[in-house]
Design a binder for this molecule. Structure first.
Ligand code: KG4
Ligand code: ZN
Length: 340
């Protein structure tokens, strides 16, 4: 018999619910994005995000159930993101998930949001088998992780300051181009020249797997500021293209170094920035030369969604790694932490 898992995700500014069969088949996948609401502030406002989650969560779950053609009594378990993320936002999804699991008397499975981003890959690529190196790049995180087995994560390095996606968002904010910055940058960068401006590549050759993007961000902002002060034309497309290239260079270099050190033949990309076509293209080109395969989720599963939560939940459900109903939301939650 197959298992249907309801996934719930409210860690940031997307209210999402999805039903996934046996960890692989998406039966329904509903995402209510708050992008339009946060756009005018140039980033996510936590208080507004939690209030909107309260408004959307029940309709979104209802829609996921409706579109699946299944009944609530058909569910085997409920998987929900419990961290890391905005605490007020996480609490909304977690409280609803607890109530539903309790009422239906089915297991509740707390999911680490970063782990869910990794599992988004399995919804598309059955063939991924550990060990592999995963680059998790999103609005809140930039981490390189070695995955020996599912559930066994070794953090190789992470950002010391801003996350990669966060910097995309800040640069487009400074340029008054809107939010989120990643897709806007990607679109405009295609028409610019990536080698036209020499922006720094922080920590590129420091030998670690850590990242630092705040220096790059400052360099780009100062570059824009100086042009503005001198009343010069701002070459937006060249700036974005050169900035994007600097980010991609660092991400690709460090990921390739990790995969060579850990002698695996697979790289997995995860998180919102994994939607970036320039990153995908460059890492694939370089990995191909080394006979290394690169996987990434389809774009709609790179950014926050609940199908990835349901997928991660299925594998934990099968191993009886259920959570207690007293599980708490956690704003900072490393991948290694045991939570069952
Ligand atoms: O994974 P995600 O939806 O949320 C977090 O867990 O943070 O990632 C959102 C981030 C945003 O910073 C957004 O600008 C970035 O992913 N992003 C991209 C692209 N699409 C989304 N960054 C670069 N290129 C893209 N195409
Ligand atoms: Zn995310």
């Amino acid at each position: 018999m197959s298992d249907l898992i309801l996934g719930i995700e409210t860690s940031c500014d997307e209210t999402a619910a999805a039903i996934v069969e046996d960890g692989k088949k998406i039966i329904s996948n509903v995402v209510a994005s708050q992008i339009n609401i946060h756009q005018k502030y140039g980033g996510v406002v936590p208080e507004i995000a939690s209030r909107k989650h309260m408004e959307y969560i029940i309709p979104v779950i209802d829609k996921a159930l409706d579109e699946s053609g299944k009944k609530i009594t058909d569910l085997s378990a409920i998987a929900v993101t419990y961290g890391p993320g905005l605490i007020g936002s996480l609490l909304v999804g977690l409280s609803v998930a607890k109530a539903m699991a309790y009422a239906q008397n089915i297991p509740l499975i707390g999911i680490n949001h970063l782990e869910a981003h990794i599992y988004a890959n399995l919804l598309e690529h059955n063939e991924i088998k550990p060990p592999f190196v995963c680059l998790i790049v999103s609005g809140g995180h930039t981490s390189l992780v070695y995955i020996r087995n599912f559930g066994e994560y070794k953090l190789l390095g992470q950002t010391k300051d801003d996350a990669a996606g966060e910097v995309f968002d800040k640069i487009t904010k400074v340029l008054d181009l809107g939010y989120p910055g990643g897709p806007i940058t990607e679109r405009l960068a295609k028409e610019g020249e990536p080698s036209s401006i020499k922006f720094p590549r922080p920590l590129l050759n420091d030998g670690s797997y850590d990242f630092s993007f705040s220096g790059l961000k400052t360099a780009v902002i100062y570059y824009i500021k100086e042009l503005k002060e001198k009343n010069k034309i701002i070459p937006v497309k060249d700036i974005l293209s050169s900035f994007q290239q600097a980010v991609v260079d660092v991400l690709v270099e460090k990921t390739l170094r990790a995969v060579l050190e850990f002698k695996t033949k697979q790289i997995v990309l995860a998180g919102g920035v994994a939607a970036n076509s320039s990153l995908r293209k460059e890492i694939k080109e370089k990995a191909n030369l080394l006979n290394i395969k690169v996987f990434h989720p389809p774009t709609f599963l790179c950014t926050d969604n609940a199908a990835m939560v349901a997928s991660a939940g299925y594998y934990k459900f099968k191993e009886n790694k259920n959570s207690s109903l007293s599980i708490d939301a956690v704003s900072r939650l490393p991948l290694e932490r045991k939570y069952y």
